[in-house]
Design a protein around this ligand. Structure first.
Ligand SMILES: *Cc1c(COP(=O)(O)O)cnc(C)c1O
Length: 434
């Protein structure tokens, strides 16, 4: 049944391939694949139509503006490939709206700077992707937005740290790189309680970075989050060819976010939008499910190896957050979905010794492995290994890393689509060298 009104009967696998079937965002109808739009500016049929486009831009709250096709003016304001990608991203995360950005960091800075203003405060989980940490600690305070870290697993401690100025609770789950989990429903409870005391203009919001889990392993909006952010560069893009970011969630911020993106200018390139739309999203569930099956086998292999001290993988029953993982990480069919990321530490006499052994292992892999590549980024079809302490999380001071559960020797593995025993063979060979 072809209907754009009721998509609720379809599985996410089908929705991510077909989207809305016919989008108001572009009137092509005889292409199997959306064409690539490559026009930085658009023809305006009359001065009146141009003026109408400017009046309507970022006025989506006005219901009249949605009854006809958008008037395209200039690529930074909006263009068909990005708009269709955004429709499908909203479907993927069960959000009211989605807006794309040039990178994950552009999406994160976008939602934080539209929800919070000078004088407001953001509380974030203490361990975060390094650039997000740097944005919160080094940049936002320069514009009068106060930020402070807290342990989000400690619900009572978190409640105590909220003040009337707090506007946003920000975290990742699973946390990059430790894979520690935060209970999204419990945080939603804290926010609900706090918002009873507040007026409408002063609500507290939850923003969750869902990059590690992806929408096919976890749906934060349905668990009570207000906004989800993504680095499309990772598992949603999947093939490692294009960067991108997205904010998905409640509609009330959409117009302000559009204006922010227009004026700060961090627009996703049209070609990257097309890539994520045509290759990334439609294959997301298929890739993640296969990577996840392999990840469990790799995690079991590492956990049973005598050189390994511990392995954090949400799918291992020995994982400290296993019960929470089973509660909140689910695939589109409702099955347990622990994801594709692994964090582990080697045995050693001291933290420095563990770090040194990890370095030997990773250098061996960099030179000798066929299936495991030493590189930052994650969620790629190729298996990637890296040392967060000195790479992706180098922006967090070493003492802070250790205080908040990052081991100096911690190693992050992102599992790809290679055959599982080939990955295990490469890892086994590298573990023999330490
Ligand atoms: C990579 C990453 C980001 C930043 O995304 P970019 O696309 O590199 O800007 C944000 N959050 C997490 C969890 C990431 O892994």
């Amino acid at each position: 049944m072809k209907t754009t009104d009721d998509l609720t009967n379809y599985h996410l696998d089908s929705l991510l391939i077909h989207g809305k079937t016919n989008s108001e965002n572009w009137d092509y109808s005889h292409h199997l694949v959306p064409p690539v739009s490559a026009s930085a500016t658009f023809k305006l049929d009359s001065v009146e139509r141009g003026a109408q486009g400017f009046v309507e831009f970022a006025h989506n709250e006005n219901p009249d503006s949605q009854v006809h096709r958008p008037i395209y003016i200039y690529e930074r304001l909006g263009e068909p490939n990005k708009n269709i990608l955004e429709e499908n991203l909203a479907i993927a995360e069960s959000g009211e709206m989605a807006l794309s950005f040039s990178t994950g960091m552009a999406a994160i800075s976008g939602i934080l700077c539209t929800l919070a203003s000078s004088g407001d405060e953001i509380i974030h989980h203490h361990t975060l992707y390094g650039c997000t940490y740097s944005l919160l600690v080094n940049w936002l305070p320069r514009f009068g937005i106060k930020t402070k870290g807290a342990g989000f697993y400690d619900i009572e401690g978190l409640k105590a740290s909220i003040t009337p100025k707090t506007r946003i609770l920000y975290f990742e789950s699973p946390v990059n790189p430790t894979l520690e989990l935060i209970d999204i429903e419990a945080i939603a409870g804290v926010i609900r309680e706090e918002n009873i005391k507040r007026g409408d203009g002063r609500k507290l919001f939850m923003v969750v970075d869902n990059t590690f889990a992806t929408p096919v392993c976890q749906q934060p909006l349905t668990l009570g989050a207000d906004f989800v952010v993504h680095s499309l560069t990772k598992n949603i893009g999947g093939f490692g060819t294009d960067m991108g970011g997205a904010v998905i969630g409640k509609k009330f911020i959409y117009d302000l976010l559009l204006l922010y993106r227009k004026d700060f200018g961090n627009t996703l390139s049209t070609h990257s939008a097309w890539t994520h739309l045509v290759y990334g999203l439609p294959t997301l569930n298929l890739r993640v499910r296969q990577q996840e099956r392999t990840a469990l086998l790799i995690a079991e292999f590492l956990a049973s190896h005598t050189a390994v001290e511990f392995v954090n993988y949400p799918g291992l029953p020995s994982f400290p957050g296993y019960a929470l993982a089973k509660k909140q990480m689910k695939d589109p069919s409702g099955h347990f979905a622990p994801g594709t990321m692994i964090y582990f530490v080697l045995k050693g006499n001291s933290p420095e010794d563990k770090k040194e052994k990890g370095k030997i292992m990773m250098n061996f892999l960099a030179t000798n492995a066929y299936t495991v590549t030493l590189a930052v980024s994650l969620g790629n079809i190729k298996t990637l290994v890296e040392h967060p302490g000195s790479m992706t999380h180098a922006a967090i001071p070493a003492e802070e890393q250790v205080k908040n559960g990052m081991e100096p020797g911690g190693i992050r593995l992102s599992i790809g689509l290679e055959f599982h025993s080939d990955i295990i063979a490469d890892l086994r060979a590298s573990l023999e060298k330490i």
